[in-house]
Design a protein around this ligand. Structure first.
Ligand SMILES: Cc1cc2nc3c(=O)[nH]c(=O)nc-3n(C[C@H](O)[C@H](O)[C@H](O)COP(=O)(O)OP(=O)(O)OC[C@H]3O[C@@H](n4cnc5c(N)ncnc54)[C@H](O)[C@@H]3O)c2cc1C
Length: 391
C-alpha cells in the first residue's frame, strides 16, 4: 500500500514586533513557515515605540541581503547611500577617511530612519496572512522536545494560548522570554547618555558620514535623504543630563559644531532632539530547547558603532538559511555560530567606545595614532572597512 507523506509546514512563534521580530516574521513566511507574531504594544496606538526617528546606519551587507530576498522591495528607494566616511579624534591627531571608490563598491553603507523601516515592515506584514497579535501580556512558557507552548492575556483580559515547533524571542533588551527561560545576562551601564537630532547644515552633505571620538564618548553625523540634513549622534556625561536637556538650541549648536569639527560646514538648525540612556546587555546563552534569542533580546549594545540592528539582521539571515531544511542537528550549530558573532561584534563596539574615551590621555593618543596609521596601512584599513560594511 502506498504511504501518503504529508509535508507539514514548520511553525514559529515570534515574540516582539520590533525590527528584528517583524523582519524575521516576513523571512520565515517567505520560507513557507506558519508564523504568529506576538507583541506587547497595542497596535491601536500605532507602531511599537522603538520605531522612532533614530537614523540607522545599515551596512552594505544588510542591504544586499534585503535586495536578494526582495522582502521589502519598496524600502530600497528610501535608503541614503554613505559614499565616504571621515573618522577623527578630538584633541589628538588621528584621522582617517574611506570612500566607496577606494573600496570599489556602490556605497559604504546606507542610512534610514527606524520609523520608515517600521512603516515598510508593517505594510509588508499587512499583505501576508501572518497573525499579528498586539496588546499581549505574556503569562506562561513551557516546552517539550518538539513543541513550545505560550500563553498570555490581551488588554480585555482574554486568555490566549499558542503552540509551535519553534519560538524566536525578539522582545528587546529586557526580554521576558530570556527571563522566563532562566537565562542570565550581564548589564553594563555606560557613563554617558546619547542625544540624537536632525541637523540642518550650511552646505550639502555630499553623502559624507562623520565620526568623531571625544573624551566623553563618540559623536557622529549621518547623511539623510535631504541633501542638507544629517542626523546628529552625540554623547554627553550622564550626570549632565538635566543641564543638557535644558541647554538652549543655539548653545547646543555651538557645542556640536565644536565637537564635530568642520568637515561638513556648520550646523545651522537643530530639531527632533531625543535622549537615550546607554546600556550593553549580553545574554549568557541564546538557545534553550526550541527557543532562540535574537536581536536586542540577545545583544543590546552602544549604538554609536551602528552594529545593533545589523547584527540582528545577521541573526535573521542565519535563521532564514537554516529554516529552509530546519534540520534539528544544525539547530545547535546555528546558536553557536550566532553567539560567536554576537561576542565579536559587541567586543568590537565596546572596545571602540571605551578606547577613544579612555581617561588616560596616553591611551587616547595611542588610539588616535593608530587611526592615523590606519590611513596608510591600506590592507588593514580595507579589512576594517569590510567589517564595518558587514562582510
Ligand atoms: C539612538 C539609536 C541609534 C541606533 N542606531 C543604529 C544604527 O545606526 N545601526 C544599527 O544597526 N543599529 C542601531 N541601533 C540599534 C537598533 O535600533 C536596535 O538594534 C533594534 O531596535 C533592535 O531591534 P529588536 O527588534 O531586537 O528590539 P526592539 O527594537 O527593542 O523591539 C523589541 C520589541 O519587543 C516588544 N516587546 C517587549 N517585551 C515584550 C513582551 N513581553 N511581549 C511581547 N513583545 C514585547 C517591544 O514592544 C518591541 O516592539 C540604534 C539604537 C539606538 C537607541
Amino acid at each position: 500500500m502506498d504511504a501518503t507523506h504529508l509535508i507539514q509546514p514548520q511553525s514559529a512563534l515570534i515574540i516582539g514586533a520590533g525590527p528584528v521580530g517583524a523582519l524575521l516574521a516576513l523571512s520565515l513566511h517567505q520560507r513557507g513557515w506558519q508564523v504568529t507574531l506576538i507583541e506587547q504594544h497595542d497596535f491601536a496606538q500605532g507602531l511599537p515605540k522603538s520605531y522612532d526617528s533614530r537614523q540607522l546606519a545599515l551596512t552594505a551587507g544588510s542591504v544586499d541581503w534585503l535586495k536578494q530576498t526582495q522582502l521589502l522591495p519598496e524600502l530600497l528607494a528610501e535608503l541614503t547611500p554613505i559614499l565616504s566616511i571621515h573618522s577623527s579624534s578630538q584633541d589628538n591627531f588621528g584621522t582617517t577617511s574611506m570612500t566607496h571608490t577606494e573600496m570599489k563598491v556602490p556605497a559604504l553603507g546606507y542610512t534610514l530612519s527606524q520609523q520608515t523601516l517600521g512603516q515598510h515592515l508593517f505594510a509588508a506584514l499587512a499583505k501576508t496572512n501572518i497573525p499579528l497579535v498586539g496588546g499581549i501580556n505574556l503569562q506562561t512558557l513551557s516546552q517539550t522536545t518538539t513543541q513550545v507552548s505560550l500563553s498570555g492575556v490581551d488588554h480585555e483580559n482574554k486568555q490566549h494560548h499558542w503552540q509551535a515547533n519553534y519560538l524566536f524571542a525578539a522582545d528587546g533588551a529586557h526580554s521576558w522570554i530570556r527571563q522566563k527561560l532562566g537565562i542570565d545576562s550581564q548589564t553594563r551601564h555606560y557613563p554617558h547618555n546619547l542625544l540624537t537630532a536632525i541637523a540642518t547644515l550650511a552646505q550639502a552633505h555630499h553623502n559624507l558620514a562623520i565620526e568623531r571620538f571625544t573624551v566623553q564618548g563618540p559623536a557622529a553625523l549621518l547623511p539623510m535623504q535631504d541633501k542638507q540634513q544629517s542626523k546628529v549622534v552625540y554623547c554627553y556625561p550622564t550626570e549632565d543630563d538635566e543641564q543638557v536637556k535644558a541647554t538652549p538650541t543655539a548653545v547646543m549648536i555651538d557645542t556640536l559644531n565644536h565637537q564635530l569639527g568642520r568637515q561638513l560646514g556648520n550646523i545651522t538648525q537643530l530639531e527632533a532632539v531625543q535622549h537615550y540612556q546607554l546600556v550593553e546587555i549580553r545574554a549568557h546563552s541564546i538557545q534553550q530547547g526550541h527557543c532562540l534569542l535574537m536581536g536586542n533580546a540577545a545583544h543590546t549594545q552602544h549604538p554609536v558603532a551602528g552594529q545593533g540592528l545589523n547584527l540582528g539582521i545577521r541573526d535573521i539571515t542565519a535563521v532564514y538559511d537554516w529554516a529552509q531544511d530546519a534540520d534539528q542537528a544544525s539547530w545547535f550549530a546555528l546558536a553557536e555560530q550566532r553567539q560567536q558573532d554576537h561576542k565579536h561584534t559587541m567586543n568590537f563596539t565596546h572596545g571602540l567606545v571605551t578606547l577613544f574615551s579612555h581617561p588616560s590621555k596616553l591611551v587616547r593618543t595611542a588610539a588616535s595614532a593608530g587611526m592615523g596609521l590606519l590611513a596608510f596601512a591600506r590592507p588593514l584599513k580595507h579589512r576594517i572597512t569590510r567589517i564595518a560594511m558587514g562582510y
